[in-house]
Design a protein around this ligand. Sequence first.
Ligand SMILES: [Zn+2]
Length: 642
Amino acid sequence: MSKSGAEVDYRKVGLRVGLEIHVQLDTREKLFCNCPTKLVEEEGDVFTRELRPARSEMGEVDPAAVLEWKKGRRFRYSSPRESSCLVEADEEPPHSMNMEALKIALAVALSLNMKIVDEVYTMRKIVIDGSNVSGFQRTSLIALNGWLEDEEGRIGIQTLCLEEDAARKISESEFEVHYKLDRMGIPLIEIATAPDIHSPEQARRVAFKIGQLVRLTGKAKRGLGSIRQDVNVSIEGGGKVEIKGIQHLYLIPKVIEYEVLRQTRLLWLRDELARRGLAKESIRVEPVDLTEFFKNTQSKLIKKILSEKDAVVYALKLEGFKGLLGLELQPGRRFGTELADYARVWAGVGGLIHSDELPGYGISSGEVAEIYKRLGGNPERDAFVIVAGERGKVQKAVEVIVERVRAAFDGVPEETRGANPDGTTRYMRPRPGRARMYPETDIPPILITNELIESAKKLVPEPLDVKLKRLTSEHGLSRDLALNLINDIRLDLYEKLAEKWKGKIPPVVIASTIVNTLKMLENEGVHVENIEDEHIEKVIEYVAEGRLAKEAIPDVLRKIAERPTSKIEEILEEMGLRKASESEVVEVVNKVIEENIEKLRSKPGKAFNIVMSEAMKILRGRVDGSLVADIVKKKLSELNIT
Ligand SMILES: [Zn+2]
């Protein structure tokens, strides 16, 4: 068994990775109504819904849906007026599809060499976690079967769909989930690659390329949460595991490394069970009730649980499993952790302890020996789990634990997992069944005409090699800077700012801020992740307007990173970079003239330069030089010094 992911030969283990990338579009309106696509502070009216029984038209029941239904939670929705209407609240049928969004999707499909459908049909995809008020999400297949060039080989692009974003989760408890409807209905492009990716680093690169491509239409939303990445990971002999909600690009390789590690070890576990001569059937739902036994325990954890109403402690023997519950699958996550995940997700039980971590949690070695005795187990050979909590939940937990332990005999169960911030993953739910879609009858199909394709072509981003040439020839960037910019996540921000401040600020200042300044600050240990696009936009604006010297950019950004919650205007003011008012400029100019009046009268030809240079020393970085020049000229002519 390898000790860490770093030693793994990914080709050898047969790693196959597919990506699913969701990018929010920055359209004027939502996908199926006229609300703006922005998140707002306003809470708005609140209403609640119970979960509807989820069933497809075929009558099939989705295992993921059953799981949600069993949680029996209520959903509360905030519907801010600014950013939601009756469509999001499911009180009014959807309007026809937003053509702006459709054109962007078509443009992306074209640049991914995809085959575009003749007619766009909108489907309903069942979602049961309450994130859509109606209980389904609308999704439309736009194109299929394309490809993307990558250094390690061509990557197939299977599908591109246009779909509505789900509601935004505000909070969650055992009984209720609170959502806000402002995010719901924002158009999303969902791009799924074929499982053609063979290394963790390649996955990161391909995800970046796809994101960059959408961003370069100039129509992608920016910032945290605007791109969401899911990965499908499998290795030879393993199972297809879907990992959801990877927020940062840099986490993708880590998540895949850890998943390969987990699957490798689960396969080792499967083989070890065979080596030990164990059989799936020997794992039975036969818990022993130890509630009475634990009445006098010193374990604070167990005591606390037992103080709750109708609480029980069950123990379950796992024959021949000695040492295997403590098997580490990912850093800090053991096979026992997987069992605990199942108990938590399916039964809402938080308290699971296994024999490989005992004595511990205040449970003594004497108690451990007694538990073995009561279970009829052999301490040298067998293992057990202890589950504590409310009776009904504990009974359910024991069932799902047995189910998970039995699955270990087959290797890697196919499941959907959630990414943790450190790159490890936790069990979320079974992989959804196929019976999740049915036609949306409220929205007529849209014929893809040549006209539509032609107008979409105008949005297709220029190829990167063409862009590189333009950045060096037209924008005057060095080849190195241009190349770095092309591989920067803020390339589209650069394009936007370079266009906006054309003629006011050299493109190299913008490019260098994005590429070099941020990197320099990062190397200094500055928390550059606190620097948002809006900050950069503001700083560039100040430079373009002559209110800030370009030399001051690093200082301002450093301050912003140190105090991410402060307003940029406040920071600039504190740094003495507040924009000077016209009257302040007049005051400064008057003062300079007064102090130098003798010299000015004796050298009228140099008067303008003298006053300008003295005034700018005082006002530097806070004012546009041309404003000062105008005032100086006016004052000098009033005094007849010309
Ligand atoms: Zn709306």
